[in-house]
Design a protein around this ligand. Structure first.
Ligand SMILES: [Ca+2]
Length: 187
C-alpha cells in the first residue's frame, strides 16, 4: 500500500485531509481521488484519526442523515459500522437542518450533527493498491516507451502544480491518460 505523500496509512487504507468546504463539496473532492469521506469503526480508529489530523477546527467525516430534515444517520460509503461517539445531547438536529456528522466539534473526538452547508476540513478515505498496480502493469506491458512518457508527464505535473490532488488524478484514471497519449492498451 502506498498512500500519497503526507497521507495517513491506517488499518490497510489511506486517509487524507481535504481543504475546508461544505460536506457536499468534500464528498465530490474525495470521490475525485477515488474515495469516500471516512467511516469510523471504533474508538481506537476515532482516536487515531483525531491524533493524525489534529486541528483546532472540526472535521467532516462520512456520516450523514439518510433523509431530511432529521432522519437516521448512515455511512456514505455504505458501511454498516455501528460505532458512534456523539457528544452528550447530540445529535440534536438543531433547527431541523443539522444532517452531517462533524468530528471534534464540541469536544475532542466527539461527534455533533451540524449544518452541511458550513465549511470545514474533511477526512477522506481511499485505497490505491489495486488501481496503481494494475494500471501501471497494463501500460508497461502495452508499450514501454509510452510508459516512460506517462512517468515523465506525471513527475513534471507533480513537481510543478503545487497541490498534489490534480496530479493524483493521473493515478486514478489510467484509461483517461491512456486516451490522452493515444496508448491503445488492448492492441
Ligand atoms: Ca448538533
Amino acid at each position: 500500500m502506498n498512500c500519497f505523500e503526507n497521507d495517513y496509512f491506517y488499518n490497510g487504507s489511506c486517509y487524507t485531509l481535504l481543504e475546508r468546504s461544505t460536506f457536499e463539496s468534500a464528498q465530490v473532492t474525495c470521490a475525485a481521488i477515488g474515495g469516500y469521506l471516512a467511516t469510523i469503526f471504533s474508538a481506537e480508529m476515532n482516536n487515531a484519526l483525531i491524533s493524525r489530523f489534529s486541528r483546532t477546527s472540526a472535521l467532516w467525516f462520512g456520516y450523514k442523515r439518510q433523509t431530511l430534515p432529521c432522519g437516521n444517520f448512515s455511512w456514505v460509503d455504505g458501511s454498516t459500522s455501528t460505532y458512534t461517539n456523539w457528544y452528550s445531547g447530540e445529535p440534536n438536529c438543531e433547527g431541523n437542518y443539522e444532517a452531517c456528522g462533524l468530528l471534534n466539534s464540541l469536544g475532542p473526538g466527539t461527534w455533533n450533527d451540524y449544518n452541511c452547508e458550513y465549511s470545514f476540513e474533511a477526512i477522506c478515505h481511499y485505497n490505491v493498491n489495486a488501481s496503481l498496480g494494475i494500471s501501471f502493469i497494463i501500460i508497461f506491458i502495452s508499450n514501454s516507451f509510452q510508459f516512460q512518457c506517462l512517468c515523465f508527464v506525471f513527475i513534471f505535473c507533480y513537481s510543478s502544480c503545487g497541490s498534489s490532488y490534480r496530479c493524483d488524478l493521473f493515478f486514478y484514471y489510467p484509461l483517461l491518460i491512456a486516451s490522452l497519449f493515444r496508448i491503445h492498451l488492448f492492441i
